[in-house]
Design a protein around this ligand. Structure first.
Ligand SMILES: C[S@@+](CC[C@H](N)C(=O)[O-])C[C@H]1O[C@@H](n2cnc3c(N)ncnc32)[C@H](O)[C@@H]1O
Length: 294
């Protein structure tokens, strides 16, 4: 157990804000249906990071028992603190998905979102099978868009782009930033579920509009959240690059990179406030693979 993920891969805050836009409160009835939530059941989220999905589930179905598990201690500390602030009754445990610290047949539903490709698949599926009650359901969610810092594509400003590229060229040399990746083709997940004895294997999908600040069905508050979530993910990406390669940029260059990122997103906010529409939008598609423990 360590804080590797929250330090070098994705911070708790970044994941929390990003998932807040995917699992939106006003959409939870649709997610609840797709995941198979029912009132009163005992739910485990595997690889919960800062706990956004656990919180949304608990808010939507207060009679459920909700436990989140992650092996990153920074994420677990964040999730517990956030739970306190929100006044919710969710439990967060530090632990490995490949060796779940729970008794056999404890849960009615095991759910995960963008986690299975980072875990050894037989152990990942086998452990959730073990802790599920007969008739319980395992739900695996994933997105086609990989979440990596390389995805960050600065626009417009060449100075910003060159600073960012220099930083990440150096950061990618640091093996501390490497994460183990396992099975990433979701079609193969069915085989793992089947071999473990899961039945009634199913697929579903949900699309979430993550970013569309200019559209009439996006409130002013949500538009600000969407714009600032992009800002946060870029600032976090630069901060992670610097943790991996602290000397890649001089101190003034580091300050300049953060200033340029903020300047670009300040401009986007000002444009939004002035009613200048660019109509840019982004949608993420989530596949949902599930099976029942016989
Ligand atoms: C891409 S993040 C997704 C986090 C969260 N499900 C979400 O969508 O915001 C993957 C998460 O899985 C956790 N993780 C990866 N391997 C794990 C393992 N073997 N046991 C427990 N957690 C693990 C990481 O710490 C990280 O929080």
């Amino acid at each position: 157990m360590n804080t590797f993920w929250s330090d070098y891969v994705q911070s708790s805050e970044e994941l929390y804000q990003s998932r807040a836009l995917r699992f939106r409160k006003d959409n939870m009835y649709r997610w609840a249906d797709a995941i198979g939530l029912r009132n009163g059941i005992n739910i485990l989220e595997v690889g919960c990071a800062g706990g956004l999905l656990c919180h949304r589930i608990k808010e939507h179905m207060p009679d459920c028992r909700v436990t989140g598990l992650d092996f990153d201690l920074g994420h677990i500390a964040y999730a517990r603190q956030k739970t306190k602030e929100l006044g919710l009754d969710c439990t967060f445990e530090a632990g490995d998905a490949a060796e779940l610290p729970f008794e056999d047949e404890t849960f009615d539903l095991c759910v995960s979102h963008t986690v299975m490709n980072f875990c050894e698949p037989t152990a990942f599926v086998g452990e959730q099978h073990r802790v599920l009650r007969a008739g319980g359901r395992m739900v695996i969610m994933g997105v086609y868009r990989p979440v990596t810092p390389e995805e960050w594509i600065p626009t417009e400003d060449c100075a910003e782009q060159s600073l960012f590229e220099r930083l990440w060229e150096a950061a990618s040399q640091n093996p501390a930033g490497n994460i183990a990746r396992y099975e990433s083709d979701p079609r193969r997940y069915f085989g793992y579920l089947q071999r473990q004895g899961f039945v009634n294997l199913s697929i579903d999908a949900m699309a979430a509009v993550k970013y569309a600040p200019d559209c009439g069905n996006v409130s002013c508050e949500l538009a600000h959240m969407q714009i600032n979530e992009d800002r946060l993910s870029e600032l976090e990406s630069a901060a992670k690059g610097l943790r991996l390669a602290p000397h890649a940029l001089t101190h003034p260059e580091q300050q300049e990179l953060f200033r340029l990122i903020n300047q670009r997103w300040d401009r986007r906010i000002a444009q939004y406030e002035a009613g200048e529409k660019t109509w840019d939008f982004r949608i993420s598609t989530v596949w949902i693979i599930s099976g029942t423990k016989a």
